[in-house]
Design a protein around this ligand. Sequence first.
Ligand SMILES: [Zn+2]
Ligand SMILES: [Zn+2]
Length: 172
Amino acid sequence: MAARTDTFDLGRLRLSSGEGRRLVLGTRLGDFYLGGEPYAVEPQEVEVALDVSRMTGGGYALRLRFEAALSGPCMRCLEDAMPVTAVDAREVNQPGGGEELQSPYVEDEVLDLGAWARDAFALALPSQVVCTPECAGLCPECGANLNTAGAEHHHEAAPDPRWAKLRELRFE
Ligand SMILES: [Zn+2]
Ligand SMILES: [Zn+2]
């Protein structure tokens, strides 16, 4: 595992213009709260590939790639879910190149790798955390897990009124 790096000094690489370097670094993303539920990032320390290119005229073009899983309850059936999300993000930082060429993650050639990785991961996350894309969720009548209850699971009679509340639940 690469040494843990939350900030990285790009100047340390001493790249001349047009030169590039690929680095493998480890960083922590921390936990995420989605719909009020805590989700943990697995692994805690994520291995990332960072491509650094020194641009002609100074500044850097950066590319960050990694995969990490988010672990917590499935938003449909509440069983454990751990979907993997792939991140491929780019930043350009060219001092004096105008506002759109200033990366919010680079300050005096020091890259805030932890903040960039966390934000890029948050942007790449699916809108719903599910155990599998085909997850059938819970039966709206009785709350049974439809993934395990079987295709023949259904209700003949009118539902028990005690379960009426359950039908109003929406797992967003
Ligand atoms: Zn599920
Ligand atoms: Zn049912």
